[in-house]
Write a protein that binds this ligand. Structure first.
Ligand SMILES: [Zn+2]
Length: 278
C-alpha cells in the first residue's frame, strides 16, 4: 500500500512561517521513498526544513545517495560503512570511500560506530572498521556521524584511542548519562529525533534535558524512528518542526530558539555554508 500523503501545515506544532531547520540524518534514497521522493522533499521545504543530510551507510547506498544529493540542492551527503555492514569491509573500502567522498563532496564520514544489539558482525570486526573510518575522517579533516547501540563502553574506548575527527555527531542519541558526559566533555553534537519522544523514554528525556542546547541537532532518521504523536508509519523530514517543538518543551524555550540553535549547530558540525539558515 502506498503511504497516505500527509501535509503538515501551519497549525502543526513547530511549523512557523519563516523558521528554517536542518534534518541532520535521513535515508531518503531508500526504497520506502521510491513512490514519492520528490514530494517528500518538497513537503519538507514547505515547512521550513531547508537542508536535509542524507546518510549513505554502505557501498550500495553511496551512489544512490550521491545521485539524490546531485539532483536536489537542499540535500547534502554523508558516506560511510554502518556497523551492521562491517562484514562488507574489504581492502579497497577505504580508498573507494575516500574517492566517493571526494567525487560527491560528502560533508562527513558516517554513519559509523558499533552496534552489539541482536548480533550483527563480530564486535572485533566492528571495532576495526570503526577505527579505520575514524582515521580516514581525521586524514580528510572531516566530521563523523556515529551510530551506537548496546556498545557504549567499547565506543568510548575506540574514540579515546583514535585520532579525533574535526567534529563528532552522536546520531539518534539514546545513551546513558555516562556517554552524555563523555560527549559533553569533548564538545560532541547530539542528534535528537523520534527516540526521546516515546512515552517510555523517561530516563532518556532527563538525560537529553541536561545536554548543552548549542550541541543539539535535529534529525528524523527517515524512514525510521517515527516520533510519538505522528500517525504515519514512515518517518519523513517534514516531521522536524514537530520534533523541534518537543525539544523546545524539554528545554523550556521557544521553537524559534531551537530552530536557530540547531541550525547553527548543524552548520558548525558539518561545515555547511551559513546560507542553510535562510
Ligand atoms: Zn541512520
Amino acid at each position: 500500500m502506498t503511504q497516505a500523503s500527509h501535509s503538515p501545515a501551519v497549525g502543526t506544532p513547530g511549523v512557523v512561517p519563516g523558521l528554517t531547520f536542518v534534518d541532520s540524518h535521513v535515508h531518503l534514497d531508500e526504497p520506502a521513498f521510491d513512490p514519492d521522493r520528490d514530494e517528500v522533499i518538497a513537503r519538507a521545504h514547505e515547512v521550513g526544513v531547508a537542508r536535509i543530510v542524507n546518510i549513505g551507510y554502505r557501498p550500495a547506498r553511496w551512489l544512490s545517495g550521491a545521485a539524490l544529493a546531485a539532483r536536489h540542492p537542499g540535500v547534502s551527503l554523508v558516506l560511510g560503512l554502518h556497523p551492521h555492514h562491517a562484514d562488507e569491509y574489504t581492502d579497497d573500502t577505504l580508498p573507494r570511500l575516500a574517492a566517493e567522498i571526494g567525487r560527491s563532496g560528502a560533508l562527513a564520514v558516517g554513519e559509523i560506530g558499533l552496534d552489539y544489539f541482536r548480533g550483527g558482525p563480530h564486535p572485533e570486526l566492528q571495532r576495526d572498521v570503526f577505527a579505520a573510518q575514524l582515521d580516514l575522517a581525521a586524514q580528510l579533516d572531516l566530521p563523523v556521524v556515529i551510530h551506537q547501540r548496546s556498545a557504549e563502553e567499547d565506543l568510548m574506548a575506540v574514540l579515546e584511542q583514535s585520532a579525533s575527527p574535526s567534529h563528532v555527531v552522536l546520531h539518534s542519541f539514546d545513551g546513558t548519562e555516562q556517554l552524555a558526559a563523555f560527549g559533553r566533555e569533548r564538545g560532541y553534537f547530539f542528534g535528537l529525533g523520534g527516540l526521546f519522544t516515546r512515552a517510555a523514554a523517561v530516563g532518556l528525556r532527563s538525560i537529553v534535558a541536561g545536554l548543552p542546547l548549542d550541541r543539539v541537532l535535529l534529525e528524523t532518521d527517515s524512514p525510521y524512528l517515527v516520533p510519538a504523536g505522528v500517525k504515519d508509519r514512515r518517518n519523513e523530514p517534514s516531521n522536524v518542526p514537530w520534533i523541534a517543538s518537543r525539544v523546545a518543551d524539554l528545554f523550556g524555550c521557544s521553537v524559534e530558539q531551537i530552530a536557530r540553535h540547531t541550525t547553527v549547530s548543524a552548520e558548525t558540525a558539518f561545515g555547511l555554508p551559513a546560507g542553510a539558515r535562510r
